[in-house]
Design a protein around this ligand. Sequence first.
Ligand SMILES: CC(C)(COP(=O)(O)OP(=O)(O)OC[C@H]1O[C@@H](n2cnc3c(N)ncnc32)[C@H](O)[C@@H]1OP(=O)(O)O)[C@@H](O)C(=O)NCCC(=O)NCCS
Length: 157
Amino acid sequence: MTPQDETPITVRRATAEDRRAALELISPSTSRGRASLKLLRAEQGILWVAVEREEGNETLVGLLLATAQVDAEAEEVAGYIHELLVHPAFRRRGVAMELLDAAERYFLDECAFSTVLVTTSFDNDAAIRLYRSRGYSLSQARLAKRRNDAEGRSSAI
Ligand SMILES: CC(C)(COP(=O)(O)OP(=O)(O)OC[C@H]1O[C@@H](n2cnc3c(N)ncnc32)[C@H](O)[C@@H]1OP(=O)(O)O)[C@@H](O)C(=O)NCCC(=O)NCCS
């Protein structure tokens, strides 16, 4: 499929219906996904969605879920991105960039916060490249050491 054949994708603040559809896109197989699902089910968080419109039908193809949080280190309120997710079939089309544009516009321009924060793992190459390309820099490292048998114990509970 060439870029000319691709149907247009629109990014907007989520409606109540979008929030329900978002529950289907987020996978509960990761702790990040489970936390995001809890936020959405509690009707919390600010959600932006990317939708593809084709012949009058809309399909949810991406989302960004964020909240305002106190950044303890900087002692100020910051935008915090909990989830940025694009359906695999719609990746590398600039959808994440558009979702980030919308969230950054809201937090940095509308709310006048000075910072947007996000946490991702070092091995998430796509996310690291994406955020770095937009000027995000590493501000702190969170290190963890797990007890050798910790995984086995937690799955046995
Ligand atoms: C990370 C993710 C959100 C990117 O979404 P996307 O819509 O494909 O990203 P974009 O098309 O806007 O990419 C913008 C830039 O990010 C970087 N990037 C995105 N995906 C990449 C990949 N797989 N490998 C390397 N760089 C990548 C590139 O610099 C890209 O620009 P380019 O396409 O001109 O090279 C998507 O891969 C995803 O949903 N991953 C699973 C969830 C996740 O890891 N979320 C981030 C943690 S919060």
